[in-house]
Structures are given as C-alpha cells and as structure tokens.
Design a protein around this ligand. Sequence first.
Ligand SMILES: NC(=O)C1=CN([C@@H]2O[C@H](COP(=O)(O)OP(=O)(O)OC[C@H]3O[C@@H](n4cnc5c(N)ncnc54)[C@H](OP(=O)(O)O)[C@@H]3O)[C@@H](O)[C@H]2O)C=CC1
Ligand SMILES: CC(C)(CO)C(=O)C(=O)O
Length: 322
Amino acid sequence: MSPQISSVNQTDSPQPSIAIVGAGAIGQLLFHQLASAGQAPLLIGRQQASTDNRPTLLQFTDLKGVPSTRTAQVIIPNSDEAQADLKHITLLIVCVKAYQVIETLKPLLPRLNRECQLLLLHNGMGPHLALAPYLNGRTLCLGTTSQGALKQQRWQVRQTGAGLTQLELFSGPKLTQTTKTHLLNAIPNSQWCSDIIPMLWQKLAVNIAINPLTAIYQCRNGALAAPQYRHTILGLLDEVILVAQAEQVPLAREPLITRVFDVIHLTANNFSSMYQDIAHRRPTEIDAITGYLIQRAATHGIPTPHNQAIYQQLTTLEQRSN
Ligand SMILES: NC(=O)C1=CN([C@@H]2O[C@H](COP(=O)(O)OP(=O)(O)OC[C@H]3O[C@@H](n4cnc5c(N)ncnc54)[C@H](OP(=O)(O)O)[C@@H]3O)[C@@H](O)[C@H]2O)C=CC1
Ligand SMILES: CC(C)(CO)C(=O)C(=O)O
C-alpha cells in the first residue's frame, strides 16, 4: 500500500481536538504548523508547573527567517480548571524526549477521555513497548520526523530544517480520516505509512551512527564524513542490520549506508541533539538509541561490540558532564 502524502481532504467526522504535551522545540514547531492549518492545539505543561492555565504568546521563526507570533492556551494538567479541557482532547501528540515519555504519560492518561488517541514523536525506540501496560485499548500511533527545530527561549522556537514526517497506527482503533487529514495537511512533507516500524529502524540507524560519535568527538555532524570515522560507522550499522533482521525488519546495507552519509552531508553544520545534550549537561537519549539496539540484540543473543563500546564511552561522558 502506498503512503498517503500531505494534502488529502476527505472528511468523515468532527474536527479533532488536538493537544501537545512536550512543548519544547518540536512540540512548538508542530503547534505553529497545526495553528497555521486552522486549529491551534492546546499545550499541556508540566504537572508541577507553578504558572496558571493561561494564554501564552509563542514566537516562531520559519526556515526563511520570517518571524510570527501566536497565542497558545497552556494548561497545567493537575489544576482544577484543566480537567474539562483534558476530557475533550481526541488526539494527544507526545513530543517529550524518549526517556520522558512514561513519566509524562503515567499521571496524564487517567485524566484523559478513554477515547483520546496518542501519537508518540520522539527519536529512539522503546517507549512504545514500555507504554503497552498503560494503554487499556487506547490507540497508539508512532511517528518520526526529520524536521529540525531549536528552542531559543522558553516560548521562542526557530525552525532549523525541513524533512519528512512519517506516521502510522501502531495499536488500537484507527484514527478518523478527518484527524489524519488534519495532521497531513498541517505538517509539511508528512506521510501516513503502511508500516512505521522499518521507518523507525532506519531513523534509529541514523541516530546510532551520528549522535554518539558527534558527542564523543565533539564535532558537527559533517565532520563524520572524514575517512577516519568510516570504519566505526560501518561497524555500528552492520550490527543494526543484524539485529533488525532478527526483529523481522530487513534493512538493505548499501541504501542504509547511503542514507546515513546523506544525513551527515545534509546536516553537516548541525550539532546533533546528543552533542547538545552533553554540552548543556542534560540527560541524553542514548538508552533509547544505542541502548535499545543493545537490549534487542541481547534478546536474540547477537553480539554488538561496536555499539557496546560507544554506549560505554557515551554514558561515561554523560556521567562526567552531570
Ligand atoms: N529538536 C529537533 O530538531 C528534533 C527533535 N527530535 C526528537 O523530538 C523529541 C523532542 O525533542 P525536542 O523538542 O528537541 O526536546 P525539548 O527538550 O526541546 O522538548 C521537550 C519538552 O517536553 C517538556 N516535558 C518534559 N517532560 C514533561 C512532562 N512530564 N510534562 C510536560 N512537559 C514535559 C520539556 O519541558 P521542560 O523544558 O520543562 O523540561 C520540554 O519543553 C526528542 O526525542 C528529539 O530527539 C526529532 C527530530 C528533530
Ligand atoms: C538527524 C540528526 C542526527 C540531525 O542532527 C538527529 O536526529 C539528531 O541530532 O538527533
């Protein structure tokens, strides 16, 4: 089945009521894209946030450098005023870091309507499996985005890259056509896929090859094109291919290598998210990236010496920087 590309417009039910939890760089980028398409989503703040539920001014700069502002309703989920708003949400887009997914959703899920559907949009893999016991039949969609965004201040975001966004139902009842249409029309270059897991593995491979190396060698993505890193990158990718195969996800070697080096060239001037996390002394997503591969490899009895070595170096670096 071929993917549905942006710009479909069939409708079959009322407009979705969308909310975003994780109003950081990607969450705010999606807020502006959905708002531009005619329906500003609610933003859900942290439980313990001290601010009231109130309209907040969000600043945005697009890829052409054009600034704009929009007002968002930011709700604090454990406040009394937020309870009715939470019950009306039909789709919750989760844009927190991989390691924040469970701690964010555990207290939030009981406050949502039973029919509220979830879409996870983070780098790395694993939270979708850890979330299964909390779903109780709720819809779970998974996605991956190659758009780029940078948070300049709490409510100020700049788009730093365009790129494909791929989405699909993973478990539970289907999204309505209206909801899918709304997402695909709002997010540029987005697709509804017929099988998201191979797409997530391909993005995982890109992150396994690029993120820890840029953090360890303190370089921009583009530096990894130098011949001295090629042997390491190929060693990491060969392990990804073996583990993916054991998970029934065939990844063709040459196209995967080409994709990784294409990303290295296309994002040559970027500092990867892991580089930035280490530089800012924040936790990294290593457990959902290299750690996920190592953990899946262990269940199949597949050795992953290259990834183990990188995981060790990165976690040592992370402990030193915190
Ligand atoms: N930025 C980018 O260009 C890209 C990012 N990604 C991926 O997208 C995901 C999000 O990244 P990014 O937007 O950069 O990360 P950010 O850290 O900018 O955003 C995460 C946001 O989630 C908020 N948050 C964390 N826990 C909770 C909670 N319990 N309740 C409510 N809000 C919470 C954080 O709040 P607080 O500020 O208070 O901590 C923060 O605002 C990551 O997996 C990343 O790898 C993928 C492609 C590109
Ligand atoms: C694709 C890449 C490597 C771009 O920097 C990324 O996803 C990240 O930094 O996390």
